[in-house]
Design a protein around this ligand. Structure first.
Ligand code: NAD
Ligand code: MN
Length: 347
């Protein structure tokens, strides 16, 4: 590659405050990366209220021309708004970004100490309740609402492979399947059995033989996550459980503003902080930019630029360890730009 084409989709709220930080971190790598070409693309609820569309056709088409993308966050109202549908959920499906990979890592004060939390949530990104097939009808005793929860062998197999692939690169090589198949024996049963079978599939050729596969029922997994997070390495989950588990895990490391993710498919990758648009703090320049910066690093790692990703990640770790320049969510009193500058200096 002589150039690296990166789409930027800040979208709503603090997405607009933290995506510039991720861009600056990429730029700070200088000649260690191919020439960077950024393109700004529109999406989001604010765009919808102005133009009537949350995800313009031009944005999708332009994305297909890029090597990768960084997404900020969208504000999706909790009440139904006619004609509106979350662009991030749509983008994941449109670009077939079937895996949402969310590493959660606590940085210990003492660099020789092992982190207290060091796990990766691998969330299936295209189905489960997020197929959004909901219907509401009038029943005998008032309204009745129903949703389809889709689990397929194909999607469960590929997310299982992704989880094994990630586990292979980690010292413990352990995968925990998160499910509720004691109650949902058909849907979660299919997820659980399919992921379990991945290492013995003929096409993987024994590649995952060194991986240990375990399982936890989702509610007890959350309990154990809070009591003994060290037992987890890679957690693989259907879409909704993965969404909830990763916010819960974020609480363990101090802030949602620290946890990055990538949405990955076979041909495209999009970095995205796990947090939302945070309307409660938007516009105040106090959003933590570290999740967004780490998402840029994770995106690079996924594209094969591991060394460059490591430079960004070490700089972020140093800033956290140093502890003097942090945003209020981590108990500091610095602004978004000050934290970003501190990271850039160390890159
Ligand atoms: P949120 O993640 O936006 O915020 C939850 C809490 O964490 C808030 O108190 C917020 O201030 C804090 N927080 C989040 N990111 C932070 C950061 N970088 N620095 C400091 N504090 C941070 O979740 P919410 O408030 O439930 O949702 C707000 C909006 O975001 C909703 O419209 C929701 O639909 C949307 N959302 C979007 C995404 C996405 O785009 N992928 C994900 C989650 C929520
Ligand atoms: Mn979420």
């Amino acid at each position: 590659r002589s150039t690296l084409k990166v789409a930027l989709l800040p979208a709503d709220g603090i997405g607009r405050e933290v995506i510039p930080a991720a861009r600056a971190a990429l730029e700070a790598l200088g000649s260690d990366l191919p020439k960077l070409e950024f393109v700004d693309l529109l999406a989001g609820f604010e765009l919808f209220t102005r133009t009537g569309t949350a995800l313009p056709e031009e944005t999708i088409n332009a994305l297909r021309e890029q090597d990768c993308a960084l997404f900020g966050a969208v504000s999706s109202p909790s009440k139904r708004v006619a004609g509106y549908s979350s662009p991030i959920v749509a983008l994941r499906k449109e670009l077939d970004l079937y895996a949402n990979i969310r590493p959660v890592l606590s940085v210990s004060k003492d660099p020789t100490q092992k982190p207290y939390v060091d796990l990766v949530v691998v969330r299936e990104n295209t189905e489960c309740l997020y197929v959004k097939q909901e219907v509401s009808e009038m029943g005998e005793h008032g309204r009745v609402a129903k949703a389809t929860r889709l689990i397929t062998e194909r999607a469960s197999t590929r997310i299982g492979k992704m989880a094994c692939e990630i586990a292979l690169q980690r010292p413990r090589k352990h995968v925990t399947i998160i499910h509720k198949s004691n109650v949902l024996s058909v849907t979660d049963g299919l997820f659980r059995e399919t992921v379990r079978r991945v290492p013995s599939l003929p096409e993987v050729n024994g590649k995952y033989d060194s991986i240990q596969i375990g399982e936890q029922i989702v509610d007890s997994a959350v309990y154990r996550l809070f009591r003994e997070p060290q037992i987890f390495d890679v957690m693989v989950a259907p879409n909704l459980y993965g969404d909830i588990l990763s916010d819960a895990a974020a609480a363990l490391v101090g802030s949602l503003g620290l946890v990055p993710s990538v949405n990955a498919g076979d041909t495209f990758v999009m970095g995205e902080p796990v947090h939302g648009s945070a309307p409660d703090i938007a516009g105040k320049s106090i959003a933590n930019p570290l999740a967004s910066i780490r998402s840029a690093a994770l995106m690079l790692r996924h594209l094969g630029y591991g060394k460059q990703a490591g430079r960004i990640e070490s700089a972020v770790d140093e800033v956290i360890r140093d502890g003097t320049v942090l945003t209020p969510d981590l108990g500091g009193n610095s602004k978004t730009e000050e934290v970003t500058a501190e990271v850039l200096k160390r890159i």
